[in-house]
Design a protein around this ligand. Structure first.
Ligand code: IMP
Length: 426
């Protein structure tokens, strides 16, 4: 087994950074497939905390090659800063440690301007303001700037001119095309040494049995096609997106591990059936430190939503589940899992396919007894308090896939490994 996809099974912020960091120990290559600096991974190890937005979480493992794949939208200015920050921590010492696809698209300054302008309107999505939506729009409209274009000054100038014509009326229309071309070219030249045909590199690596981990960004319910549209991001966040963004065929993938918190959070606007009332939400937010790594926004918090999670198993073809932040639930008397939604007089087990229905969905709950013991130092499933064992067993049974990992704290070692990734034996 050499190709593993790891995706978020909820609305993002499931703790992918920690799980990918752990699994990277077993991987030769870690590929970020889609999205851009809207993601934020907080990586903690031996007193070092590193937040990355573009570089995959595999970066904490020297020797693991990090790849920025074809379907990403990259802010090259942020990327240069992130590379420098990693290098001050002794990471990414060699140019071969990071590979960037020439096919990936560039988030240009005018994308952020346009998004800021739109997000002030009533139709706002609650985005991260990182220019993601406008960059993907430009890509699909076939006028996007790709990473490869950054180092071809004439093409870059033509593309910027073409795009600026679309932005008459915004501040950037006043900027000179020439100065933007020079700045973008200069930043492209700083990244050129990392440019590679990443799809070919991944294909050849799989051919020679190197282990490749495809790291998803955001979460299943934020997928542009399968999420709570229009309150979604603009990319394919489900496991299929790993093929698009990695440049590999579906038959190359051996396993798909979904990551879910032991409860649910979301940021931005859109339906959230299991959201807690204000006092309970504040308590859970404080316990779980639920503030966005990218924007610092407080996250909305709710009970575990099995309707959404079962959907994630189906739509991603999940073969296993890593459950994170189990420790956060410690001390709560009574825990709930949503097993179905009621919409009017209909009871449904799968998420509605219209926003109207989703907005009306009322959760049906099953209750579980909580536990009071601190579980951060527990390293085996059998040593968890009885009620915690019952809670995770219920999740496993309801989803009908195995749990592969339980995370009981932010540190790398605060984890219960049940199965190793890539079919490796413990
Ligand atoms: P965008 O990706 O910045 O366009 O934002 C679209 C929606 O996706 C908003 O609701 C964001 O809050 C949400 N979103 C984007 N990235 C993340 C993430 O990494 N975690 C959680 N939510 C995200």
């Amino acid at each position: 087994m050499s190709a593993l996809v790891v995706i978020g099974a909820q609305w993002g912020d499931e703790g992918k950074g920690k799980v990918v960091d752990l699994y990277s120990e077993y991987a030769d290559i870690v590929v970020r497939c889609s999205g851009g600096a809207n993601a934020g991974h907080t990586l903690v190890h031996e007193g070092t905390t590193l937040i990355t937005h573009l570089i995959p979480s595999g970066v904490m493992h020297p020797g693991t090659v990090c790849v920025l794949g074809d379907a990403m939208v990259i802010d090259p200015w942020m990327l240069v800063d992130e590379i420098k920050n990693c290098q001050t921590h002794g990471l990414l010492a060699s140019n071969d440690d990071l590979l960037i696809s020439r096919r990936a698209h560039v988030v240009m300054p005018y994308h952020k301007t346009l998004e800021a302008f739109r997000e002030k309107k009533a139709s706002a999505i609650g985005t991260t303001l990182r220019g993601i939506g406008p960059a993907y729009e430009a890509k699909v409209a076939r006028r996007g700037v790709r990473m490869g274009d950054l180092i071809n000054k004439d093409r870059l100038r033509d593309l910027i001119t073409q795009n600026m014509e679309e932005f008459t009326g915004t501040d950037h229309a006043l900027d000179s095309v020439e100065s933007m071309t020079q700045e973008a070219y200069a930043i492209g030249k700083q990244l050129e040494a990392y440019y590679t045909d990443t799809g070919l590199f991944i294909y050849e690596s799989l051919q020679s049995n190197r282990r490749v981990l495809f790291e998803g960004a955001q979460g299943t319910m934020l997928d542009v096609d399968h999420g709570t549209y229009p309150y979604v991001t603009s990319s394919s966040t489900i496991s299929g997106g790993a093929c698009i963004g990695g440049g590999v065929g579906p038959t190359a993938i051996d396993a798909v591990i979904g990551i879910a918190k032991a409860y649910t959070t979301r940021v931005g606007h859109g339906p959230f059936p299991t959201r807690l009332d204000i006092a309970e939400e504040e308590n859970m937010r404080a316990l779980g430190n639920e503030f966005g790594a990218t924007t610092g926004r407080p996250r909305e918090c709710g009970w575990l939503d099995m309707v959404a999670l079962r959907y994630a198993v189906r739509i991603n073809g999940m073969t296993g589940l890593a459950l994170t932040k189990l420790d956060v639930l410690g001390g709560l008397d009574d825990l709930k899992i949503c097993t179905a939604y009621d919409i009017g007089d209909r009871r449904i087990q799968s998420p509605p396919d219209t926003l109207d229905d989703f907005s009306m969905a009322q959760p049906c709950y099953e209750s579980f007894d909580g536990w009071t013991e601190d579980i951060q130092n527990v390293r085996s499933r059998a040593d968890l308090p009885k009620n915690a064992q019952a809670y995770v067993k219920a999740i496993e049974t309801m989803l009908d896939i195995p749990l592969t990992l339980l995370s009981v704290g932010p540190q790398r070692q605060e984890s219960i490994e049940i199965f190793r990734p890539f079919g490796l034996q413990g």
